[in-house]
Design a protein. Sequence first.
Length: 379
Amino acid sequence: MRFIVTKPRHSERTAGQLGKAYDSYIAAIADKPEYQSASEAAFRLLHSRPEPHIHEAVKLSETLLSKGQAASAERYTKQYLDLWAKEPGSQRLLAALLEYYAVAPLTLETLQTQEWSYLQHLAASAPALGQPIGNIRVACFDSFTPVFEHFQARNLVPAWANDEWQQGAMAGMLKRTGDLFREAGKFREALARYSAAWALAGDSEAALYAASLLHEQRQLIDSNGQLFDQLVQGIFEVKGIQYSKQDWPNILRLHTILGTIFEQEKKWGSESNSHSAIFQWRHAIYAEEQVRRADPKFPRSPMLYMKLASAYRDTGNGSVALDLYLSAADAFVAASNPQQARVAMKQVQSLNMKIAPAAQERIQKLDFAIQELSSKPQA
């Protein structure tokens, strides 16, 4: 039997060379982001091709953003949009622009004038982007009531509701505009955006921002506590879904959100009260144990023990708090973090209680371990 070896076509060879060259430019940006030549070379390489390379263009933008080169990310993303806005998949470039907006030093006025003018021009030139851009207008400028259910958020911005990359980009934009409205003292508008980011994409930060705003401005925007209850109930419902799936990383995340919220409200509670900090931090620690059982490389979070210890301390249960602070210190030592281990040990001292001999011995061993760890040269 004869085997015929065919040579790659010219277009295939060219595509392969393009990929290698482009990857080398991206690597150069990641290594030395302050050098503009690699960014310009990557842009020109894609620009010179007759066909669109949207995936690669998004990769360039994301790399620049990750390295703090926001101005370059904006420039190239907009230039790619000008080139390929009419092409299939161009919404991914629009998502990259939202990711830039989410971290850029913008103001509401800048968004409403300069950036919205650009987006309107883009929508006029590329009808397929009309609905996604219309949804951006809703997120940035419209007044809407806070939403806490996923279907409500989907109805609010349907063009950004299907895929994770869409939801993530829009959630980042909603959080950013929420921050801008909060800074402007428009707390109801800020809350609407934080709640929508949580409801759309399960964004943990957005949920905590919403809870913080409701705590700080309760008399102004939630005097009867109804919105706070809706937010908490929504988080509990999502957590129930994750328990049904035994999705322990997400269960851990949701217990942490709820623990933080109830801690902020000073609802210390008990092991049996689900609407309390003690209950949530205890279950967060258990969830982390389940995650680590499946993945031993998953890093421990000693702060969970610190949080639970402080909750017990504030309920007057010093003996339990003592044991948990020592467990936190031990975990910080295991993580080679003597600074935080010392913080945990200072909390032990602040309990101002009689300590049993066994606990004293444990304290001495930890003090020695912290000193030993501190004396090691830093890598």
